[in-house]
Design a protein. Sequence first.
Length: 343
Amino acid sequence: MKNSAFIRDLYSNCIMHGSGDAQVVISDSEVYALICIAVNNLGWSFDELGITKVDTPNEDYYRIPLSWFEEHENDSIQVNTVLDTLSTCFQKNNDFALFIENLAALHRRRVKYKRILSYQPMPTMDQVGPRVLLEYGGCDINLLANWMLWRKWIYDIDNRSAQETGYLFEPLIASCLGGAPVGSRNSPVKRLNSEGNPTKKGRQIDCLVPSNNTTYELKLRVTIAASGQGRFGEELSFPIESSAAGFKPVLLVLDPTPSGKLTELSQQFLACGGEFYHGEAAWTHMEEEAGAVVSVFIDKYIKPAIKDVESIKLPVLKSINLSWSEDRIEISSDQKKLEINRV
């Protein structure tokens, strides 16, 4: 198994994604550190595996600054060491391949987003100038100009954040369930016409698990305010069309908050012979489907981040200070601060 084609492919999947200017490549030292973090997460013995442990600043990946990985990217870790270690861990449990691939995907996206924060340029007045007509005269013109540029930069960054999260979140969840997202072009689930017959037009699937003929609709939450009646109609038709194509539709909603729309949508899935998992039951279902190894990834990397941020209740937003200097942006509140180093 050592350095087999599968292990080399796994290494390639861990170390890079994308192409051209959007390509992200992490070092062999970073991959090796991630392997050690994963082994530690799983409670495996480094001595029994014959792996030399890397001393990280914290056992919790999220508490390790990305700058630490950057500082150690030139450590003398050879490719063959990484390949041999991947092979050893894979032989210990085959599901380690999915664990480390998901962890590397998370790490690469975080590295990429840090880069975006460092490089995203300050907007120009040409980009926002005409918007002054809506607020001109209501305050000092210098204050208004700064406000317009700040909010444009934040808007651009938030769009990039949403984009990168979209590329990461659903594929991670889908892989933990044993499947993958499927685009509409190659989808086996076809739209139905007004007479209930399948057309040639496919439906995008959040997660298709071919091994048990299951299609998942994955959601953080379903709120009372649906995103337009047309969009909600699309959601209601998904279980019907999945069932018509011979698949069992499953609705998985992570947030426990109830709503009328959620009740209506879940009833549609159940009426089509599907299943519905909500809140803690959704997390439990994911862990059961993931198995002993990958469920640890869910518990360590997905669940705490989602649940921690959703536990924060902000009936009133705190005041925050924003400052922009030549080499950094600083966001601060109550003597706590976030610094973004600029390049």
